[in-house]
Design a binder for this molecule. Sequence first.
Ligand SMILES: [Zn+2]
Ligand SMILES: [Zn+2]
Length: 591
Amino acid sequence: MPRLELDRPFTYRLPEGVPDARGHLVSVPFHGRTVHGYVLGPAAEVPDRVLPVRRVLSNVPVVDATGLDLARWMAERYVVPLATAIAAIHPPRVAGEEAREVTEAGPTPQPRVPSVLGEFERGPDLLRAARDGEGVFLVRPLPGEEGAACLEAVQACLYGGREAVVVVPESEPLPATARMVLEAYGDAAVSFVGGEPRDRYRAWLDMRAGRYRVVVGTRPAVFGPVRRLGLVWIHREVHPAHREERAPYYRTRDVAMARARLEGAVAVLAGLSPSGDAVAAADRGEATVVRAPRTRERQRAPLVETVTPEHEDRSRRLTELLRSARGAFLLLSRRGYGVARICRACGEPARCAACGGTVVLRGGRAACTVCGAAAVCPSCGGTSFGIERGGTERLQEWAAQLTEDPVLRVEEGALAVPPPPASVTVGTAAEVKDFGPVRLDLVAVLDADRARRRAGITAAEQSLATWHEAAAWAGPRAEGGRVLVQTRDPGDPAIQALVRWDPWHFHRAERRRREEAGFPPGYPIFRVTGREGLADALGALPPTHLLSSGAGNETVCLVTLRPQELPLFRARVLELVGAGVATRVEAEPQP
Ligand SMILES: [Zn+2]
Ligand SMILES: [Zn+2]
């Protein structure tokens, strides 16, 4: 049952003539209702009274023995019921598809693959392991080579006679790395992104049947049931979309590492700027860092300079560089045209009448950034405000006065396009995607301090990753590649990590900061909701850190624990759920 208080196996009798239905979906009577269940295996002890299974629903197992091991690992790691974990690893059944025959697989193409990893530190180890070994690798490709690095590892895996899975954070637009791999392997590769339930179940059944050598897709692809798993490649592993936002709240990075361990395969955590958790895994000796020799990294990096921001997140240096640039990207975290400061009618500070939130001018309309309500002065009902200009819309207007080139503005991920040459693109982090190699004269980070100081445990590492990904568009310093970062704190570790093109510099400082805050990288974090007494009950365990807050009858606790304490923590939480003290558990919450 997908409920923590009922998270245990129940025993039923299978119909005559069904010898082994392990992994099949069945319907069973449960307290007067008919519910779905998964057959886990023969019962060790048979209770006195055993009810019969009503029907075996699936013609094929929806979870195999390895899948069940992975589900058990997820149930423990994210403190979810086993049924919830199993449901996450297979797509919803579409019964009609189970009867269809699997089309025969053709020969696997052998595309010409560029060699980039062979010259990396520990790169040959990765390629060897992808062919016929196992392990976890943290890969930092050179700018413009993310797709090539992935392709080379996939090729090595296929040479070894095993199958590869490539997981990308999003599908709109599909990252260039995913497109490259799909094009290279044509009919032997399957794209597992979006689509109708029927097509998704069909693709999944075909994967199980061994129809494909390569699976490319978003989050659920990390469970792709290929025959002999050799490689799971997590593209831009730091990206927040690699976390599932519903139970079991899994992260593809963790699942890839668990699958590699369970199936004797290789997991790769890739990106131009790693996550704190990936770096922590490397520091614990659980992952091998694969990167270009330092001299080559520096040669391929753009020249990064810092300058103090002036009026409206601009600077004289920015004006100067933008005037001479052919092709520029201006990154700004603040959208709109400006922030409303005072009511023009009564002179009171401007704020949302409904919720007290900040009012911004966006698309010609003044509205609350928190609740979206049209702005009305809470004091006098006025609707005209004194605006402090600044934001993507204002920046676009300003840039258009400086250049003859077209000036684009992109603020929504689904509308992201490669920044065209001979134009200026103004955008938020939503525009920073894997478009494959892009070459611009100038990339500018306009409000670095505002971006890295956003709320959230991982705000700084996310900002740094976005900067590295955008800065890669500027090209090598020897070819004039230039990045301008506007900051009042040029010595900040995140800023310095970009200047030196060295994310490890940032992560050393970040690790200390997070340890002091009680959230060391690599330690599981849970948000547990319940009633009074919850904090004391959880505090009786040895959590490394516990924050609790109460509102009305509800108590919310944020718990950090050592990875080895997970089994104890899970057992305790199950007791608390059974006693009604805890009502909800969420793993790895995004504050
Ligand atoms: Zn007013
Ligand atoms: Zn509001």
